[in-house]
Every structure is written in structure tokens, then in C-alpha cells.
Design a protein around this ligand. Sequence first.
Ligand SMILES: [Zn+2]
Length: 66
Amino acid sequence: MSKKEYRPISSFRAGHSPFRTCQWPFGDPGDADFHFCGKQCQEAMSYCPEHVSQAYRQPESKKAAA
Ligand SMILES: [Zn+2]
């Protein structure tokens, strides 16, 4: 047996993220008005540059009560 059928699935990495648009939520998921930002994402990010900075700058006023 010299037949190797080992095939690495490299094409799977072609698109690293299923999302190419900002997934920042606006409103409540139950609202009819609910929608995502939809701007172009930064590479390997789920948010646009604006919302990436917001995601990393979470308000710590709520966490202070510990
Ligand atoms: Zn955004």
C-alpha cells in the first residue's frame, strides 16, 4: 500500500472569518429595530475599527462595585 489519501484541508483557511462586516449590535436582539453596525471589519476582527476600540474600552464603573 503506497497510496496515500491524506489531504490537508488547506482551502478551508481561505477566508479566516465568516464575518466581513461589523457585528456590533444596535438595540436589543428582541427589538424589531435591532441591527448590526455592518461597517467593514478590521482584519481578524468582528468589529469595525470604531467598535473595536469601544469593545476594548469597557466601562469599569459597573465593575468597581466588587
Ligand atoms: Zn461597527
